[in-house]
Write a protein that binds this ligand. Structure first.
Ligand code: SF4
Length: 683
């Protein structure tokens, strides 16, 4: 298969275009590679907006030509550059790459966490320093239904941050639907994701836009609002129809609206800007006006550039580039000095605060992410957190980033012996605290084992997880349980709900609360078959011989657990119960249900009678018929006792008594296990 490689220059809009170009080329039968070497087709997605990007392309051409690949240049290219480039490469307008309308092409998103969604293309503003209206043409707004469709699709795929892109987003208007309307429509899309956008023009920020932006909570409290200059005459020369004073007033209105509409929800909106220093004729006094406004706003961040004339732009033809390179550099540094102070002041507001963070990359032992306010933040964690939302407490701030420690999400654990009333209590609490329940019961995972495990039937509208997930003959152990349960707990947290971990299987609970790590030991069928033939006493003695410490902790009546402990200890040559704890994942509140022996026994008797009345015999016969008597999952209380009954060795009364007694003994062993854990609050 022929290979292709795309090299992208310029802004987010170009990066977004490259994602669509990739689809078009792949539909032609090419396969993507990440380097020039080996490519049959190289696409230069260019940017004529900045001279530096153009220079880099010319610098690359000799190397590209040596590669013998076909080279296509597309993207934001000025006529003058097109002419020069044609000597070396084929220049094609991106719209001519496919028969489909360019924005209808489904992009090959380059990240699976963040995605760019163009809402418009081109610009009508003709700022005198800018070449965009000449490279991308006049503004065309994309059909809002396509925008919504794309965002919904991204949400389904699990994207967490979506950037709306356009050269002038707040001039968006598709058949009467304004940017303000679009914000409201997007805000109604369900799902857990943030929206940011870039870039608006101060002149097009209406009151209704401010209102819908600040009221639409999916939209992050972050705004890039290009000032470019703080001097009114320079702004006029730039063809930016606002004044420094108007800009200040706008910032005040936006901040006020956020304070009012997001009170108690999040800190104030963070505002970044773009500044051009050394625009033609900009004198020191005019530059000082920029400095003044720049300080007064107190920006969180700024992208400062030295003016460079772009061919075809209006300033290129009519305004001499008369500020020296040295002076431009000095002015850039002066603005940067102010920014250092204002950004630090703004960042200090987050010290000791707990902020929501989207985790974007791993860098050694650190994770890097962005806050809702688009602030760069880092923190340490041993977990795999890429692409998740986490809470971080900010401990340290500089002008350019924040650093903190992860705040563990709260996990409410409800445990207690069988029949102690865990289900009713957990449903009651989950209703009160917007919760979902994750079962920590080693028997409820099995499909078809319903009556004998007292599987709850009526969840009273509360989602329950880790129930009926496997067949009785499927391989399952605590390591698999832990992996699956953590995924579910994290997704409950991500959806903004409270997870409740509820059950009576001590090791399952501990695997999550203490983040125990379990070495992956495959089942050893031969060893298992040999051990199956042994009695409980024989198994215990074997286990004691290889792991004396562990033998003091294990449930000596639990054949399955004994076999697994022998299997693991033999393979590892170390104890099954050796605690391999990792950094704890959750801030655990562990509640244990207290119940007297008499009451417990009474409840167990009642429950066993009810199970038999509900058809336990039929359920056990069905399971034995399908799986036989030796299936480990069926050698459990409520099921194992039936064999003697079916063999006519005991009558129904004896059978029920046996189940009651075994359940009672088991409950006592559960209590002994839980009582060792001093963190449990008994209620
Ligand atoms: S608003 Fe001005 S700077 Fe922005 S793309 Fe349009 S012309 Fe260029």
């Amino acid at each position: 298969m022929s290979k292709y490689h795309i090299i992208t220059f310029g802004c987010q809009m170009n990066l977004s275009d490259s994602e669509r170009i990739a689809t078009i080329i792949e539909e032609m039968g090419y396969e993507k590679i990440s380097q020039i070497k080996g490519a049959d087709l190289i696409v230069l997605n260019m940017c004529s907006v900045r001279q530096s990007a153009v220079d880099r392309v010319y610098g690359l051409i000799p190397q590209l030509r040596r590669s013998k690949a076909k080279i296509i240049a597309t993207g934001c290219i000025l006529e003058a550059d097109k002419k020069k480039l044609r000597d070396y490469v084929q220049v094609i307008d991106k719209k001519d790459l496919s028969k489909k309308s360019f924005l209808k092409v489904i992009p090959q998103y380059s990240s699976n966490i963040q995605a760019y969604v163009p809402i418009s293309e081109g610009c009508n503003n003709f700022c005198t320093y800018c070449a965009v209206p000449f490279t991308r043409g006049r503004l065309i707004s994309r059909d809002y239904r396509d925008i919504i469709k794309e965002i919904k699709l991204l949400e389904k795929k699990g994207y967490k941050e979506i950037w709306l892109l356009g050269e002038n987003v707040n001039q968006y208007n598709f058949k009467g639907v304004s940017f303000s309307d679009l914000i409201k429509k997007i805000d109604q899309i369900e799902g857990n994701f943030w929206i940011k956008f870039t870039s608006p023009n101060p002149k097009d920020f209406s009151k209704s836009m401010i209102d819908s932006f600040s009221k639409s909570l999916k939209f992050s409290p972050y705004l890039n609002l290009p000032l470019q200059s703080g001097d009114d005459q320079i702004l006029k020369k730039m063809n930016r129809p606002y004044t420094g004073e108007k800009y200040l007033k706008l910032v005040k209105e936006i901040r006020k609206s956020f304070k009012k509409n997001r009170k108690g929800l999040e800190k104030e909106i963070s505002i970044s800007t773009d500044i051009i220093v050394g625009f033609p004729t900009e004198n020191k006094k005019q530059f000082n006006n920029t400095k003044k406004i720049f300080s007064e706003v107190g920006f969180d961040m700024a992208y400062i550039s030295q003016y460079s004339p772009r061919p075809q732009s209006l300033a290129f033809n009519d305004m001499p580039d008369d500020v020296s390179k040295k002076e431009k550099k000095r002015r850039e540094e002066a603005i940067n000095e102010i920014l250092k102070k204002t950004a630090l002041k703004q960042n200090k507001k987050f010290k000791k605060e707990i902020v929501d963070v989207l985790v974007l990359e791993k860098d050694g032992e650190y994770f890097n992410g962005r806050t809702r306010q688009n602030k760069a933040i880092r923190f340490k964690s041993k977990r795999d957190l890429l692409g998740s939302f986490v809470k971080v407490k900010v401990n340290k701030v500089t002008s350019w980033n924040l650093e903190g420690e992860i705040v563990k999400p709260k996990l409410i654990v409800i445990s207690g012996p069988t029949s102690s009333g865990k289900t009713d209590l957990s449903i009651k609490l989950a209703k009160k605290f917007n919760g979902e329940i994750v079962s920590a019961d080693s028997r409820l995972v099995y499909k078809g084992m319903d009556i004998g495990t007292a599987k709850p039937k009526d969840f009273k509208g509360i989602p329950h997880h880790m129930i009926d997930i496997i067949n009785p003959d499927d391989d399952f152990n605590v390591a698999i349980y832990k992996e699956k349960a953590i995924k579910i707990i994290d997704s409950i947290i991500e959806r903004g709900k409270q997870p409740f971990l509820v059950g009576g299987t001590g090791l399952y609970l501990k695997s999550i609360t203490d983040n125990l790590s379990f070495p992956k030991i495959e089942s050893n069928e031969k060893l298992r078959n040999d051990l199956e033939k042994k009695t409980l006493e024989e198994l215990f003695l074997i286990y004691q011989g290889i792991d004396e410490e562990g033998s003091k902790k294990i449930d000596i009546k639990n054949k399955r657990r004994l076999i697994r402990a022998i299997e693991v200890s033999t393979a590892l040559k170390e104890g099954f119960f050796k605690e391999r704890k990792e950094e704890e994942l959750y801030d655990v509140v562990h509640l244990g249900i207290k119940i007297s022996n008499d009451k417990l026994k009474e409840r167990i008797e009642k429950r066993v009678n009810q199970m038999v009345r509900n058809g336990l015999e039929k359920e056990v016969r069905k399971l034995y018929k399908k799986y036989g008597f030796n299936l480990p999952s069926l050698r459990t209380i409520g099921y194992q006792e039936w064999k003697e009954y079916f063999d006519k060795k005991i009558n129904l009364k004896d059978l029920k008594e046996k189940i009651v007694l075994n359940t009672f003994k088991f409950s006592k062993r559960q209590l002994t296990w839980f009582k060792k854990d001093k963190r449990i609050k008994w209620i």
